[in-house]
Structure formats: C-alpha cells, structure tokens
Ligand binder design. Structure first.
Ligand SMILES: NC(=O)c1ccc[n+]([C@@H]2O[C@H](COP(=O)([O-])OP(=O)(O)OC[C@H]3O[C@@H](n4cnc5c(N)ncnc54)[C@H](OP(=O)(O)O)[C@@H]3O)[C@@H](O)[C@H]2O)c1
Length: 360
C-alpha cells in the first residue's frame, strides 16, 4: 500500500505522551499536517506543550479528544488522514480480550476513514524478548524481528507480568490481519527499546518508565532492573524518526516489524553513575542501587547477567530501511537529565557541601 505523501495529514494517538510528543514535533518539522489525539485537549498540564508548537498557531497541528475505550472514537479524526501513528498506551494490559476490543475500535475508524493507507503500530522490544523462562534466551539469543517470545510456555500469563508483551502481540496481529482484509491500508510495527531522551512537558517525567527512573536517580533512588536486564536504549527523538521513516517508506510490507534501538545497552548502576560523569557541574550524589528482589532471584544474579550478556539484539532492519544513525546513550541521558531539571523542575540530590556553579 502507498506510503504517506510528503506534507500529508497524519493522526498521532498518544500525542501527549513521551514518544508521541516527539513524533508530533518531528512530523511538523518535516512539513506534515498533524492531528494530535489526546484524551482531554483542555488539560493544559498535558497539552500546553503541543499548543506551544509553531504548527498549532497556523492550524497545521490540531488537537482532538479521543478515548480508545470508546468505539468509533477516531471516526471523525481519521477521515481525510493519509497515515496513523498509533502510539497510545491502553488503559491496561491484564485483560487480553479488552486489548483486542480496543484494537477493533482503532481499526474500525481506519477502515471507515476511506483515506488512510499506512498505519504504524507501536509495539515494544518486550514483544521480541520477554520470556517467562530466561533459558529461552540461551536457546534463542539472537533477538531480531522474526523472533517471538515462547508463546507455548504455560506460565506466560498476564497475571505473571507478561500482559504487556502479550497485549503488544495481540495488537500487532490484529492490525496486520485487519489491514490484509481491507486491502486499502497496511500496518507496520515498530518495536522500540527503552526510550531515553528529553521530556517536552513536565507531566512526562512520570511516564516511560525510563525517564521516571532517571528522575528517581536524580532524587536519590536507583532500584535494580527486573531480572538484572541491562537497559537496551533508544533516544526518544530517534524513535520518532523511525516511526516517521516507516510511514514514509515505499518498501515496507504489511505485518513487518522493525526494532528501534541504538545498540547501546548499559547496566542500571553504570547509567546512574554516568549522570555525574556526563554532568560533573551538577554535583549529583550518585545513589547506591537497591535490590529488593527475593533471595531466590538474587541468588541467580550472576547467571541472569550472563544470559543478557549473551543476547544479541539487532537493529539492522530499521537502519537499512531508513538510514538512521542512532544517537549514543550518553547524549540521550545528558539531554534527559537536563530536561528533567529544566522542564520537569526535578530537584536533584547533590553531594554534601557541593555548591553548583552559579551562572551569571
Ligand atoms: N517509553 C518506552 O520506553 C517505550 C518502549 C517501548 C514501547 N513503548 C510504547 O510506545 C508507546 C508510547 O509510549 P510512551 O512512553 O510515550 O507512553 P506515555 O508517555 O505514557 O504516553 C502514552 C499516551 O497514551 C495515552 N493513553 C493511555 N490510555 C489511553 C486511552 N484509554 N485512550 C487514549 N489515550 C490513552 C495517554 O494519553 P493522555 O494524554 O490522554 O493521558 C498518553 O499520552 C506505548 O504504546 C508504549 O507501549 C514505549
């Protein structure tokens, strides 16, 4: 199906979110018309940053109210759009039937639009790598687009924490199948890694969860990451570029997935200490990492770290398609910290007696 025309009209769901906000900004930068979908356009705490974008003043950016939980929620918004970047989270991922229903709401509006030809569905690397049994990562350590978590494991249930990964796969399949049926649009999946980078609005400091964890580090807390997984990062601005590249590409095919990550993986303890390395002027008091996992998990720390070190998460498919050169994590982390301080007004914990350089 056709890619979106340059300067065409794109609807972005989850537009007030961390990634969605950057997709909106970069689409405007590139000359597109954008319909930003949020639940409450009147909620200034979430939408003021969108309304401050230059395209809003001219009407090239418009804001629209839509709640995914309502059937037909996007009917009027998608009419006349060329593409949809579907970044929104759902209200929850525990109930997989509810996930399916919500997908049908969005799909119904795409089918009814009569104009949309390309949809980019935001999934996650969780839909590639999330395993109930970590030994599965030993058996199949190459983490690429055609790899799926072991769906046959009976312990892979929402109740055991796999709802997000399962729900993302439900969505990927629902969109690809609906697009196939329609014959008028196609659905391409983007699987981003752990997004780090600048927030554009204060409310985004509580999302993520990665920027929220960095805000916590600034304030003095650094919990160990689940199953000792290193952060597998992508800059949020690069993630936005990947989404736009998938909207624009004439080469992608319905149902394809693209992993968006930089290849910059880092242990949480190193990342936390890197705040001081990158911004020594700040005087950040690097907190110790806390590990509240039960003893049976802590006993397996070395083994789990070895398993992750043996994994090979790939990104060549998106690089070949879009030509993107990913930013290094150092740049993403520095910009994330500075935005948390300036936009998010986070008050950092500084080393005792440290007096930050006071600019004139
Ligand atoms: N952040 C990451 O590192 C990461 C990594 C991989 C994949 N992803 C995926 O990328 C997407 C965006 O993530 P993000 O970090 O940007 O999330 P975010 O900052 O939490 O933003 C998500 C947006 O989803 C919207 N939303 C939630 N429930 C909704 C509903 N019932 N109806 C309409 N909108 C609803 C929220 O809209 P309101 O403004 O109305 O609250 C919010 O702006 C998600 O699908 C996430 O799973 C994120």
């Amino acid at each position: 199906m056709a890619p979106v025309p340059k300067g065409g009209t794109i609807a972005v769901t989850g537009a007030a979110g961390f990634i969605g906000g950057w997709v909106v900004r970069r689409l405007l930068d590139k000359g597109y018309r954008v319909r930003a979908c949020v639940r409450d356009p009147g909620d200034a705490s979430k939408t003021a940053f969108l309304k401050a974008m230059p395209g809003f003043a001219s009407g090239r950016l418009t804001l629209h109210a839509a709640d995914l939980d309502q059937a037909g929620c996007f009917d009027a918004i998608f009419k006349g759009c060329n593409g949809v970047a579907h970044l929104s989270h759902l209200s929850g991922y525990l109930d997989q039937d509810a996930v399916r229903r919500v997908c049908e709401h969005v799909i119904g509006s795409i089918d009814a639009s009569g104009s949309v030809t390309r949809v980019v569905v935001t999934s996650s690397i969780a839909a590639v790598i999330s395993e109930m049994d970590l030994q599965e990562l030993v058996r199949r350590p190459v983490l690429y687009e055609d790899r799926y978590p072991d769906q046959s494991n009976p312990r892979r249930t929402p109740e055991r924490g796999q709802g997000y990964s399962m729900g993302k796969l439900v969505a990927e399949q629902a969109f690809a199948q609906a697009a196939q049926r329609s014959g008028t649009w196609d659905a391409i999946t983007c699987c981003p890694g752990d997004n780090v980078g600048p927030i554009q609005s204060s409310h985004q400091q509580t999302g993520g969860p990665w920027q929220q964890l960095i805000a916590g580090m600034l304030k003095g807390s650094c919990p160990q990451t689940g199953v000792y997984r290193p952060w597998m990062t992508v800059d949020v601005r690069d993630d936005a570029e990947c989404h736009i590249g998938l909207l624009e590409s004439a080469e992608v095919k319905n149902g394809e997935r693209y992993i968006a990550w930089s290849t910059d993986a880092r242990r949480v303890e190193d990342l936390c200490a890197d705040i001081d390395r990158l911004l020594p002027e700040l005087g950040h008091d690097t907190p110790a990492v806390t590990d509240d996992f039960p003893e049976r998990i802590r006993a397996r720390e070395a083994e789990m770290r070895r398993i992750w070190a043996g994994c090979d998460l790939r990104n060549e498919r998106i690089r070949a398609l879009t030509g993107i050169v990913f930013r290094p994590l150092d740049e993403s982390l520095r910009d994330c910290v500075e935005s948390l301080l300036s936009v998010g007004q986070v008050v950092p914990r500084l080393r005792p007696g440290f007096s930050p350089f006071a600019p004139n």
